[in-house]
Design a protein around this ligand. Structure first.
Ligand code: UD1
Length: 429
């Protein structure tokens, strides 16, 4: 399913939106369920294309997986698992690479295709591979596949990540959980809330992991993980996207079912733009009645400003009352949305990993291209702010990360029409 969004602008969003479970927590937790001997039930899983890709991967490995009413059930059907994950599945989503370690630790060896190219810049897997080597795996990379074979057993391992990669932290901590007799320390670990959620899942199944949420994670390998159930945390990126959309349209609204603590960097930035925010235990309300004041945003690993909200924040700042600067330190070339925002009248210059956004009075609707998931979300926000109609081509990317996105925006009063086309969806990593 592919298609075009027709977005009618100049409508202030108003009302409430309920936030779904976090895709980026559900994916590594589903991958980690490979380690469990008994049935695993994961609650609050958003119905998204990426989750369906991970479900297909688990099925191809030999699990029986059901996905109904936001509940994923994973159970073994045979003791022999298929240890090769083909390119057709891995190319659709980068997070699928994270099944390599758990499968290899369980079966002695596994072979997973290298993740495909990506539209938000180079995203290598060298930290994953180096970490697996330290954990005692022999790694061969050939013909587009990575093969991991467990060759040695080590008493203690220290992995210092060159950069706090979310995926590498999750992959290595998951793999180390089932290495009985091995004590693993990951330093310079990523500190994202999704990593803490993964730790909670692993420990609920009998793992011994501590430190997630800090830069040092310790894992005492155990012999087996059982089964059980776990509820996924709310999606902070989905929540942030709606908060920005409401403020950008000079609206007033509330996102519900969130953990406001996970949104600190965003809320602080929005306050500086002049938005009025009210924070409750599990909700955030926002209102805005003017163009935003310009701000400087530095994108960094958590608890810094999230890269997955950078495009949306940039769309909002396009109509700022002055010059804003955005420095992107996570994916240094993540600026594909800039060209599209310019088509709508934005004045943005990019130099290296810095974007200078010179606020204009208004954006005007135009035909634009959704290049990846968050860029498409940014174009929806820009379209809602703009004068006239914006046509977002290849808008299907948004379905990878936003559950019931059209219904949720419609509930806030947005006018977005979806015109499906028949081209095949190629989800980017
Ligand atoms: C995850 C998120 C993604 C988010 C990103 C950063 C999931 C499924 N996806 O992606 O939405 O944008 O975190 O918050 O959770 N790097 C290397 N070598 C490696 C691994 C990473 O150089 O082996 C670099 C990347 O190119 C990038 C930086 O590290 O510049 C951060 O990437 P990483 O945190 O690994 O992102 P993902 O886990 O892929």
């Amino acid at each position: 399913m592919s298609g075009v969004f027709l977005v009618k602008g100049k409508t202030a969003l108003k009302g409430e939106v309920q936030i779904s479970g976090a895709k980026n927590a559900a994916l590594p937790i589903m991958a980690a369920s490979i380690l469990c001997d008994e049935e695993v039930v994961i609650e609050n899983v958003p119905k998204l294309l990426d989750i369906i890709v991970m479900k297909d991967i688990l099925v191809s490995i030999g699990f029986e997986v059901s996905f109904e009413d936001n509940r994923v059930r994973v159970k073994h059907t045979s003791s022999k698992l298929n240890t090769e994950v083909p390119y057709e599945l891995v190319r659709k989503m980068r997070a699928s690479f994270n099944v390599l370690g758990p499968l290899a630790v369980r079966m002695g060896q596994a072979k997973v295709a290298l993740p495909g190219g990506c539209s938000i810049g180079v995203r290598p897997v060298d930290f994953h591979i180096e970490g697996l080597r330290k954990l005692g795996f022999e790694i061969e990379v050939e013909h587009g596949f990575v093969k991991a074979t467990r060759v040695g057993r080590v008493d203690s391992v220290k992995i210092v990540l060159p950069f706090p990669s979310v995926g590498a932290t999750e992959h290595l901590m998951t793999t180390a959980v089932l290495m009985e007799g091995t004590f693993t320390v990951i330093e310079n670990a990523a500190m994202e809330p999704e990593i803490e959620d993964l730790q909670n899942f692993l420990n609920a199944m009998g793992g011994k992991v501590r430190g997630a949420g800090t830069s040092r994670i310790e894992i005492e390998g155990v012999k087996r993980l059982s089964g059980g159930s776990h509820k996924i945390i709310p999606d902070r990126i989905e929540a942030g996207t709606y908060l920005i959309a409401i403020a950008a349209t000079c609206g007033r609204g509330t996102v519900r079912g969130v953990k406001p603590d996970h949104l600190t960097a965003l809320l602080e930035t929005m306050r500086r733009t002049g938005a009025t925010l009210g924070v409750g235990e599990d909700f955030v309300e926002v209102s805005m009645d003017d163009r935003p004041s310009p701000v400087d945003v530095v994108v960094n690993p958590y608890p810094g400003f999230p890269t997955d909200l950078q495009p949306q924040m940039m769309a909002y700042l396009c109509v700022g009352k002055g010059v804003s600067t955005i420095i992107e330190n996570v994916f240094k070339t993540r600026f594909l949305h800039v060209g599209e925002l310019r088509r709508m009248g934005a004045n943005i210059e990019v130099s290296g990993n810095t974007a200078i956004v010179k606020g204009v009075e208004k954006l005007s609707g135009a035909p634009v291209l959704g290049t990846d998931l968050r860029a498409t979300a940014a174009l929806v926000i820009a379209g809602l702010m703009a004068e006239g109609q914006t046509e977002i081509h290849e808008a299907h990317h948004i379905f990878r990360g936003y559950e019931n996105v059209l219904e949720k925006f419609a509930k806030l009063g947005a006018n977005i029409e979806y015109v499906p086309t028949s081209e095949e969806v190629e989800s980017d990593p």
